[in-house]
Design a protein around this ligand. Structure first.
Ligand SMILES: O=C(O)CCC(=O)C(=O)O
Ligand SMILES: [Fe+2]
Length: 372
């Protein structure tokens, strides 16, 4: 069966949809397209790039009373100007990070049949294995050159444990010991809280206002999801995309390179600039909700992934949700009580999700529609 037909047959009913990884796609991925012909379904124009260094922010310096002020200023200018930064010395337990990386890399080495044991089911495209959800008919429903596990990680009640990989065993519960993803999820929660504290200082708002948008009073995070991506090598990387251009629609994103091949690109001034992995660092970026909460002071910037010609790439990307009193809108603390200063209108958190996915399906930037 041709890959287009096979993909169409396995696509979920959609507003936006997601495709299963078929045998044909898996064969193509493992060959790195050596057969020469990339099926049309994958071909997308990828355009130019050039060297680019992301700002580097050091958590150890943020925490050092003598260096904190200048490092906080660096953090602030990274979030304002670039929307992305590399976070060195993130303070995440190294053993937890190592196990997370290994589990992620190992999962994608399993045969497709094993991975498809947790293939997303029916309309529920936000849990389980497949391609990333596609960006809708406006971009031709193209397939990403990638496979991906999407899961809800927090709050714990929202988890669908039957969709968590049972293989490798380090992903799932080991008696007396929590699994790699659960531990890493908690580490990223703590990290998010620390970072938000410094962002609040930079923004000049009380810490509770910003932290409270991400965490409930009892300290639980409002929501956290993970996307674990594998981008196989492709000998014609200029023809395909690992993930199509998008902004992240939640609050704050924390990316761990499990296999540190370059591939992430950030849009700046109409050009695509590559972000090289930095050993031991996490890549952090501002999502759409943080953009709106900060009244556009921090920028949610478009990015995409291009596969490498020679080497595969694996990433573990955690998205932290946020809302203030159930709304996505500028933080009142930032407006100094003057609503006229709001550059974005406030909408309910549920309405925000719906609006976002309608916009994705139509290929329109949702943030613009929230502008006053
Ligand atoms: O894997 C990456 O480098 C980026 C993935 C990404 O942008 C996403 O999952 O939203
Ligand atoms: Fe993203």
């Amino acid at each position: 069966m041709a890959i287009e037909e096979e993909a169409a047959e396995t696509a979920a009913p959609k507003l936006i949809g997601r495709d299963r990884v078929t045998d044909a796609a898996a064969t193509l991925f493992s060959a790195g397209d050596d057969s020469g012909q990339i099926p049309d379904k994958f071909v997308e124009a990828t355009g130019e790039d050039e060297a680019f260094e992301l700002p580097v922010v050091d958590m150890a310096k943020l925490l050092d009373p003598e260096l904190s002020a200048s490092e906080t200023a660096k953090l602030g200018s990274a979030c304002r100007d670039k929307g992305f930064f590399q976070l060195t010395s993130p303070g995440v337990d190294e053993e937890v990070m190592r196990r997370m990386k290994e589990s992620a890399a190992e999962f994608f080495r399993l045969p497709l049949e094993t991975k498809n044991a947790i293939a997303f089911r029916g309309d529920d495209i936000f849990h389980g294995f497949g391609h990333h959800f596609n960006r809708g008919p406006s971009v031709g429903n193209k397939l990403d050159w990638a496979e991906c596990v999407l899961l809800a990680t927090q709050p714990v009640e929202g988890r669908k444990m039957d969709m968590w990989p049972a293989n490798p065993p380090s992903f799932s519960s080991i008696p007396g010991c929590r699994d790699a993803l659960d531990k890493y999820s908690l580490e990223v929660m703590d990290l998010t809280k620390r970072l938000l504290g410094f962002m609040a200082v930079d923004l000049g708002v009380i810490e509770e206002a910003l932290v409270g948008a991400f965490f409930s009073d009892d300290g639980a995070v409002k929501g956290q999801n993970v996307a674990i991506h594998h981008y196989p090598p492709c000998r014609q990387p200029e023809k395909v995309l690992g993930i199509a251009p998008h902004t992240d629609f939640l609050g704050l994103t924390v990316l761990l390179h499990a296999v540190d091949t370059p591939g992430l690109q950030v849009r700046r001034g109409g050009r695509w600039l590559p972000v090289g992995p930095l050993p031991g660092a996490l890549v952090v970026n501002v999502g759409d909700i943080l953009h709106v909460l900060t009244n556009g002071v921090y920028g949610s910037i478009e990015h995409r992934v291009v596969p490498d010609a020679e080497r595969g790439r694996t990433t573990v990307v955690m998205f932290q949700d946020a809302s203030a009193d159930g709304l996505v809108g500028p933080l009142p603390e930032l407006l100094g009580g003057d609503d006229a200063r709001a550059r974005y209108r406030s909408i309910g958190r549920d309405e925000y999700t719906k609006g976002h996915f309608v916009a994705v399906a139509q290929g329109t930037p949702f943030l613009h529609s929230l502008k006053k």
